[in-house]
Design a protein around this ligand. Structure first.
Ligand code: CTP
Ligand code: MG
Length: 229
């Protein structure tokens, strides 16, 4: 069995609201997406990387032209969908000829540039013999409040046992493809697997693997990535 990366990068980054989709914003000298691709390319366990972008993507060619060393490590799929779920499903469909049912697929957001080879290795080491698969996640540290319509606290939600889901989320190809095709819209792969009655494993991730979502996340990501080099 091999390990493949599948990176959904067909979003528009509406909440960051920059002049281009957030995955193409420069961070510490290179596009956010390039940080992610280079990390997977540098991980010896990863056989190959599949990248899903929108059919009309105006940026990807230039980004890849700036990184010729990635040419043999990355296949670009131009069939991104209207949602992350659709983009991942479409990507799995497009890579079918190059993957076997029992191969592992690590699905990772293009918007998490802080991923490291060490985190990839940790996830694989903990899940390679697992019958289901799993995901990087972080135990919730803040006290949780449920708010009401008036902006007041309705309840304090017990935090014990709660985790924030990250990516990569790692499942076997055939299982993941079936799960995403059978379930209604989900926001991560684990949710689709859960809907089949299976329980994905939680593997502790890192705050540095946070998702760039809002404008104020950009300088934070840049700081993290500069700290690396
Ligand atoms: N994504 C995708 N296809 C979509 C929507 C999202 O491939 N139709 C990808 C994004 O490119 C990103 C990941 O899924 O790498 C996580 O999604 P999110 O953080 O929500 O990114 P966007 O959808 O681009 O941002 P926003 O929701 O603010 O528009
Ligand atoms: Mg989105």
């Amino acid at each position: 069995t091999r390990y493949f990366a599948l990176i959904p990068a067909a979003g528009i980054g509406a909440r960051v609201g920059a002049g281009c989709p957030k995955q193409y914003l420069p961070l510490a000298g290179k596009a956010m997406l390039l940080h992610v691709l280079e990390t997977f390319a540098a991980a010896p366990a990863i056989a190959h990387c599949f990248l899903v972008v929108s059919a009309g993507d105006a940026y990807i060619d230039e980004v890849l032209a700036s990184a010729p060393q990635l040419r043999t490590r990355v296949t670009v799929l131009l069939n991104g969908g209207a949602t992350r779920h659709a983009s991942v499903s479409n990507g799995l469909q497009a890579m079918r000829a190059q993957v076997e049912d029992a191969d592992w697929v690590l699905v990772h957001d293009a918007a998490r540039p802080g991923l490291t080879v060490a985190l990839i290795d940790k996830l694989i080491a903990e899940l390679r013999d697992d019958p289901v698969g799993g995901l990087l996640a972080l135990p919730v540290v803040d006290t949780l409040k449920r708010g009401n319509a008036n902006g007041r606290v309705a309840a304090t939600v017990p935090r014990a046992g709660l985790w924030g889901a990250q990516t990569p989320q790692m499942f076997r190809y055939a299982l993941l493809r079936r799960a995403l095709e059978e379930v209604a819209e989900v926001t991560d792969e684990a949710s689709a697997i859960e809907a089949l009655g299976l329980a994905p494993r939680l593997v502790e991730g890192s705050v540095r693997n946070f998702k760039v979502t809002l404008p104020q996340d950009i300088p934070l990501a840049e700081l993290l990535l500069k700290g690396l080099s």
